[in-house]
Design a protein around this ligand. Structure first.
Ligand code: DHB
Ligand code: MG
Length: 623
């Protein structure tokens, strides 16, 4: 698959964008006209820069508001087009994107439109230029890719074809199957973008909320599958208008973009293999051979089987030790060679990192995931351009394959074991042991604060490299703003991550004000809470108003309600089961949660999140 990206996706100058695209490994780019017009470099210099960087200049765009106009306007439009064709010759470019008219079209007549596009194609041909006509989702008369293609067929000129843009097609819910009926020679260009499903006018949605494939909710593998089955072999190019990406680090966004295409390529191959298997052909190999576009695949991984460990960092290590001890964790000792301690409760393993915490680093410094094969999982992550974590190891120590997540949490790929034990724990053992609680516990979920610039990148990272499934995102009110919350989990819930995007005011100051936490699941939360209280644990204090509201909503048995209130427990219930939980006070920027899932409750007590945020806000602002 030939990969491409439009310069409009990135921040920076044209030169910076081109350099970032080359470093990220793109085959070619689309030059967005604004980027050229505002560049100090001449077209000849841009052409040379691209050649030196090994980047193809695959598309010049956009050319607007050409078709369906009065004769006077047509004349002016052809003159405007000719100027661009001359410019493209200097750039060494041969394909231009022409969008369906959104502004100046006054005549809704396919015959007239075809005649005008024929004139444009004829002029383009004289300059050796190909015109890719694209139906914008908000085009005045042409807003549908099949309509655009009908016009291309009517004109039947070698210099006129169509451009398929996934956003314009999927935002309008157009059926993508008819893409297969398009003559591949008439598909001059393919643009891909994903987007969250939002209810707003399609122009605003397109100009501000497009994201890279895998970061939104469109069915892009299916779209691409139809494109591949049509026989298309040209560039597959990202065209993402996004307010955040346009102000983020250029090189980093280009790498995020490249990751999305590598992943989409694999997903498209899988979609094709799935559909051809369903149709009774011979699966992946056969389907790949049948189509002219080559689709690369990646090392395959299953979902992780569970958390192996979590590692936390705080300035006040003693305070962390105290909290874990009060919750019922036992101290297993200090590492032989590193400044870290191991604490366990049943199968929940927590490492306290004694190195000084930096405000720029996440409080949850590392997570271990159990995978079938750490080597294969690491190979996959690296092919998806995940940065590798270098960790010093001594003889006899477990070698972990680690990758760095977008928020700089280190993810270690660990060999899972059937009995839930971990081979590396024997490296700990120096120091006094404390008896842990008799209760079993497992890591239930981990809540990670995401810097605002890297939120979408994180969703794609965990989806593509670690096979987690994004759930629909939620917005949780807090006293300092709305917290965007995105659950990423495995299908059986063995791994549950909650990515939280802090309100701007918090995200821009230190991470300190925005907290991360680890939740542990136990079998009997009331017993755990009572034991913890005996050991002197400071619970997050829940206001009495909460319990009145809870009673109104759920009509609880009075004794049970009194127990919840007495122990500062939060409660939720849905059709699948019940959820009980409590929170500890915060140390540095990390705190802990204890949960009990009853029945098949699969959520996170979302209705209680605003209460937690408000109480934490209150305790932060009181001191
Ligand atoms: O928003 C626009 O105007 C616009 C321009 C060119 C494109 O290819 C596109 O998809 C949208
Ligand atoms: Mg487009």
């Amino acid at each position: 698959m030939r990969t491409g990206i439009a310069t409009v996706c990135l921040s920076g100058t044209l030169k910076e964008k081109m350099q970032a695209c080359a470093i990220a490994g793109f085959d070619g780019i689309e030059i967005f006209e604004q980027d050229l017009v505002t560049s100090p470099h001449s077209p000849e210099e841009v052409r040379k820069m691209a050649a030196d960087l090994g980047l193809g200049l695959d598309l010049y765009q956009p050319f607007r508001d050409f078709d369906g106009v009065t004769p006077d306007l047509l004349k002016a439009n052809l003159k405007r087009a000719e100027a661009k064709f001359n410019l493209m010759e200097r750039l060494g470019m041969d394909t231009i994107l022409v969008c369906s008219n959104v502004a100046t079209a006054t005549i809704d007549d396919d015959g007239l439109r075809a005649a005008q596009l024929a004139e444009l194609a004829e002029l383009a041909g004289a300059h050796g230029v190909k015109v890719a006509y694209e139906a914008l989702a908000w085009g005045k008369y042409v807003d549908d890719y099949e309509h655009a293609y009908r016009l291309v067929e009517m004109v039947d000129h070698p210099n006129l074809g169509t451009c398929l843009d996934s956003f314009h097609i999927l935002s309008r819910d157009w059926d993508t199957a008819p893409i297969e009926d398009i003559n591949a020679e008439k598909i001059f260009f393919v643009q891909v973008a994903d987007a969250p499903k939002l209810s707003m006018d399609v122009l605003s949605w397109s100009r501000h909320y497009r994201v890279f494939p895998g970061e939104g909710q469109f069915e892009l593998a299916k779209f691409m599958g139809h494109v591949v089955r049509a026989g298309y072999t040209g560039p597959v190019s990202l065209e993402v208008f996004n307010d955040v990406f346009r102000q983020s680090d250029t090189e980093r966004t280009a790498v995020d973009a490249m990751r999305s295409l590598i992943w989409l390529e694999e997903q498209s191959a899988q979609w094709l293999a799935g559909t051809s298997a369903a149709e009774g052909t011979e699966g992946a190999a056969a389907s790949r051979r049948r189509y002219p576009m080559e689709l690369a695949t990646l090392p395959k991984v299953n979902e992780p089987a569970g958390f192996n460990f979590a590692e936390v960092k705080a300035d006040d290590t003693a305070q962390l030790e105290k909290l874990l001890g009060q919750l019922g964790f036992g101290f297993e000792g200090r590492h032989r060679t590193k400044d870290v301690q191991l604490w366990t409760m049943g199968q929940a393993r927590v490492i306290i990192n004694e190195q000084a915490a930096s405000h720029a680093e996440p409080a949850i410094a590392a997570l271990g995931f159990d995978v079938d094969s750490p080597v294969i999982a690491s190979a996959r992550a690296q092919q998806l351009k995940a940065p590798v974590v270098a960790r010093k190891v001594q003889a006899d120590e477990e070698v972990f394959q680690g990758i760095s997540a977008p928020d700089s949490t280190e993810i270690f790929l660990c060999q899972g074991s059937p009995d839930g034990t971990a081979a590396w724990t024997h490296e700990f053992g120096e120091g006094q042991e404390h008896a842990s609680s008799a209760q079993n516990a497992v890591i239930d979920h981990v809540n990670l604060a995401q810097p605002w610039q890297h939120f979408d990148e994180a969703v794609l990272f965990y989806t593509s490299a670690l096979a987690l499934e994004p759930q629909p995102f939620a917005e949780v009110p807090s006293p300092s703003g709305l917290v965007r919350s995105q659950v990423m989990e495995t299908s059986n819930g063995a791994i549950r991550l909650v990515l939280n995007l802090a309100p701007a005011q918090q995200a821009q100051t230190a991470r300190k004000t925005y907290q991360e936490h680890i939740a542990f699941a136990v079998d009997d939360l009331v017993a755990t809470a009572r034991e913890a209280r005996k050991r002197g644990l400071e619970f997050l204090q829940i206001p009495a108003n909460y319990y009145e509201d809870l009673d109104a909503r759920f009509d609880l048995e009075p004794g049970f309600l009194a127990t919840l209130k007495e122990l500062n427990l939060l409660y939720d219930r849905d059709a699948n089961g019940e959820f009980l939980h409590f929170y500890t006070a915060t140390v540095g920027s990390v705190f802990f949660e204890m949960v009990e899932r009853r029945g098949n409750y699969d959520g996170y007590g979302a209705p209680n999140a605003p209460v937690r945020h408000a109480v934490q806000y209150d305790s932060l602002h009181r001191v």
